[in-house]
Design a protein around this ligand. Structure first.
Ligand SMILES: Nc1nc2c(c(=O)[nH]1)N[C@H]1C(S)=C(S)[C@@H](COP(=O)(O)O)O[C@H]1N2
Ligand SMILES: [Mo]
Length: 203
């Protein structure tokens, strides 16, 4: 991918083509959470797929565990300027999770809902292409502060779209802003275009 010209870039750390403009590499995975961490009991944990679907589904942890699991390696870019490369995630693709619900053709966007009330929005096609519902990080169940037992991972957009403690996937016809998108973050969050905050705020 090409960097836009004229943008301020982080110092070259030898990974130039993989580090978006204005980002710095880190080797540990920082925790970034707004507000307090939700407490989750795996026995009552659920995830629900609803909205523009043929049939709403709700899975408990045992049912989720029986889906088709897969692993991926991906980079992660937080809008607060850290990037971490080559993270290993294991879980179920967004596409595999929503398939049994039967997404309707009118489903164009996704609102991700989380324990604790956090939300974030993204295009349905993007979620279908690269979304992963991850349980394991670097081969181990992820830490509570990283979203245990399940978080969304969408590597090509900023990390705030990677909803931790996810418990709902709502398919919607028109785009709506999630938690940070209502509070000044860019709607789309493409790190290669530095879509960090509302254009009005960065002029
Ligand atoms: N539920 C929830 N998900 C969230 C957040 C949050 O505050 N609550 N923070 C987001 C932000 S801004 C980032 S950068 C990543 C950070 O993930 P990490 O804490 O595992 O590094 O989670 C995202 N997902
Ligand atoms: Mo972030």
């Amino acid at each position: 991918m090409k960097r836009p010209d004229q943008v301020k870039t982080a110092p070259d750390q030898g990974m130039g083509e993989r580090v978006p403009p204005g980002q710095f590499l880190t080797t540990k995975f920082p925790v970034l959470t707004y507000g307090s961490e939700p407490t989750i009991d795996i026995d009552t944990w659920e995830i629900r797929v609803f909205g523009l679907v043929e049939q709403e589904i709700t899975l408990n942890w045992e049912q989720f565990s029986q889906l088709n699991w897969t692993s991926t390696v991906a980079d992660f870019h937080c809008v607060t300027q850290w990037s971490q490369l080559d993270n290993h995630w294991e879980g179920v693709t967004f596409a595999d999770l929503v398939a049994p619900a039967g997404p309707k053709p009118e489903a164009k966007f996704v609102m991700a809902h989380c324990y604790g009330g956090y939300t974030t929005n993204l295009p349905f096609d993007l979620a279908m292409e690269e979304g992963l519902l991850a349980h394991k990080q670097e081969g181990e169940p992820m830490g509570a502060s990283h979203g245990w037992p399940l978080r969304l991972i969408v590597p090509s957009i900023y990390g705030w779209k990677s909803a931790k403690w996810i418990n709902g996937i709502e398919l919607i016809p028109r785009d709506l802003p999630g938690f940070w998108e209502q509070r000044g973050y860019h709607n789309d969050g493409n790190p290669w275009k530095e879509e960090r905050f509302w254009p009005e705020l960065t002029k």
